[in-house]
Structure formats: structure tokens, C-alpha cells
Design a protein around this ligand. Structure first.
Ligand SMILES: Cc1cc2nc3c(=O)[nH]c(=O)nc-3n(C[C@H](O)[C@H](O)[C@H](O)COP(=O)(O)O)c2cc1C
Length: 294
């Protein structure tokens, strides 16, 4: 069923949360169509414009079946996905395989801030060039680096409680930034991790193809002791500050990046093996821009 579905339309994404399919998505030219398997009997369709996110590979795909037939096919795909969903991975919950000292951070480029602001734009296609440890170090530092003896960081934080944790995925490695001492925990990651995260992000190609994926996460409990219900708002705002720092630093390093918010929190959490209380806010694919400077 799934095979036939893919043959017909090109790209189908099934989002699974708590090991149940919550919806299936079908990429069509200029549209993202979603089918909610809870309405399998009525084939209720939700169609909305998502021109940014449509996979270029399906442009021009021809639709040879009715919507009702497609609904049944995608419903079948969702159920098949349910049956084959692997259990959550323990990756970042395990003791790290190693902790490394990152190269000293600091002003590594002389690009004026106003130029970085003017040059920043979302980049979704990358060359095959890998990212160096020195570049990863600069990006982590921009995200959450300690800049003062008081413990203050590059990103502001409500009450200086610092609820964010920043991870990175490179080929075969998961990194977790430790601002204190500018170090990183590392785990050996399955080679399929980037492809799995791409699936978790509605099949967005940049997530699977970028040589570096920065993941900004937050733990609201760290701020709620002081701020109660308002902490959730503060952590979200802080994730935005952090992501913008990363985007500007990527630009200053001559790299391209895009902030991605469309993904299943549970799927990302399970693939990385994050604690349940840790929410992923942004996936940021980063790499050398295809076709030159961003
Ligand atoms: C909260 C947020 C979520 C976003 N999510 C996605 C996403 O899931 N996929 C994507 O390709 N771009 C995503 N973007 C990037 C926007 O599409 C992009 O910023 C917008 O088109 C403006 O283009 P620019 O970044 O080049 O200025 C997101 C941006 C923001 C601020």
C-alpha cells in the first residue's frame, strides 16, 4: 500500500506521536495536503499553502487518482507506519561516549553586524562541504557561550536561569553543548539519524542534507520555579534569541542556514533520546550555500 502510494505521488510523510500516526502529509506542487487518519471514514482533507516547504523532487508529479482514493492510500500508509514505529531511542539519555574541549571561541570574523544582518537569509540547499570543529565551536558559542565571569551568556535569559540546551547533529555524531568550560558531550549516532530527523520535519530536505543540524531545546521547569506559568513564554522567547544568534554567526562564517519550526516534537525528542521535559524549538540546518554566498 505504502509502496503504491509513493509510486503515485512521489513524497508522503507520516507524523507519528506517542507511537500513533497523527496525520499523513502529501507533497504536491505548491501545496502540502494533510490527511488525518482519525477521519479515515470520511477522508477529511486539510489543504493549505506551504510553498516554502514543498520538496522540489515532487514538482511536476501527476495526480492520477481521486482525492478519496488518495485519502485511503495515505490512511493505509499511516497505519503501516504505526505498525513499524521503532521505540524511542535512549541516545542523549545515556552517558556520553566522550566530552571534548572545543577550540577557543571569540570574534573569528570581522564582518560588521549590519552586514551580517543584511546578508542573512534562509538557505535550504548546501554543497557537500563538511563543517569544521572550529566552526561548530563558533556556532555553539554564539548560541549560548559564556561571555562574563558572572556566567552571563551571548543570549539573554529571563532571571539568568538559562533553560536552553543546544545540540548538534553531524554525520555519525550527536553533540550537546556545555557552556561551562566551552565543551561538548558527544555520542556516536546512527548514520540514519539525519534522515530520521528529516522525516520528523515533514520530509524537509534541508534537515537531511545539511552537514550540520543545530537543535535548540528548552526545559521550562528550569524557569517555572521563579516565573510560574509565564516561564513557557520566556523559554520560547529565549529560543528565538538563541536561534537568531546562530543564524547571524552562520552568516558571518560564510555559511547558510534556515530556522525550521515545522516538525513533530515527539519524533525529534525520541530520535535524539531527549528527556521528556526537554522541548525542541528549532532545527537549524547549516552548511556551505549551494551556488555561493548566501
Ligand atoms: C518560527 C519560524 C518557523 C519556520 N519554519 C520553517 C520551516 O519549517 N521550514 C522552512 O523551510 N523555513 C522555515 N522558516 C523560515 C521562513 O520560511 C523564512 O524565514 C521566511 O520565508 C523569510 O525568509 P528569510 O529567512 O530568507 O528572510 C521558519 C521561520 C520562522 C521564524
Amino acid at each position: 500500500m505504502l509502496r503504491r502510494c509513493v509510486d503515485i505521488v512521489g513524497t508522503i510523510t507520516v507524523l507519528v506521536e506517542h507511537e500513533h500516526p497523527i496525520w499523513a502529509g502529501l507533497a504536491l506542487p505548491k501545496q502540502w495536503m494533510t490527511f488525518d487518519p482519525r477521519h479515515i471514514g470520511t477522508c477529511r482533507w486539510i489543504v493549505r499553502m506551504m510553498p516554502d516547504y514543498v520538496d522540489a523532487s515532487v514538482r511536476g508529479a501527476r495526480l492520477g487518482v481521486t482525492r478519496r482514493q488518495l485519502g485511503m492510500l495515505i490512511g493505509g500508509a499511516a497505519l503501516a507506519a504505526c505498525a513499524t514505529t521503532p521505540p524511542p531511542r535512549q541516545l542523549a539519555l545515556r552517558r556520553p561516549d566522550g566530552v571534548i574541549a572545543l577550540p577557543s571561541p571569540g570574534p573569528s570574523t570581522t564582518l560588521p553586524l549590519s552586514v551580517a544582518l543584511a546578508q542573512r537569509q534562509s538557505v535550504r540547499e548546501f554543497t557537500g562541504a563538511t563543517i569544521s570543529v572550529a566552526q561548530i565551536s563558533e556556532l555553539f558559542w554564539a548560541a549560548q557561550g559564556v561571555t562574563r565571569s558572572s556566567g552571563g551568556r551571548t543570549s539573554p535569559s529571563a532571571g539568568a536561569l538559562y533553560p536552553l540546551d543546544v545540540y548538534a547533529v553531524t554525520r555519525g555524531t550527536l553533540w550537546h553543548y556545555l557552556p561551562d568550560g566551552h565543551r561538548a558531550e558527544q555520542w556516536v549516532a546512527p548514520g540514519t539519524l539525519a534522515a530520521e530527523l528529516r522525516e520528523a520535519a515533514l520530509g524537509q530536505a534541508a534537515v537531511g542534507t545539511a552537514p550540520l543540524l543545530v537543535v535548540v531545546t528548552g526545559t521550562t521547569r528550569r524557569s517555572s520555579g521563579k516565573y510560574g506559568a509565564r516561564a513557557a513564554r520566556y523559554v520560547t522567547l529565549e529560543a528565538g534569541h538563541c536561534a537568531q544568534n546562530v543564524l547571524l554567526q552562520a552568516t558571518a562564517l560564510g555559511l547558510g542556514a534556515v530556522p525550521i519550526g515545522a516538525f513533530s516534537d515527539d519524533a525529534v525528542r525520541h530520535r535524539l533520546g531527549l528527556p521528556d521535559e526537554r522541548t525542541p524549538y528549532y532545527l537549524i540546518p547549516i552548511g556551505s550555500p549551494k551556488g555561493g554566498a548566501a
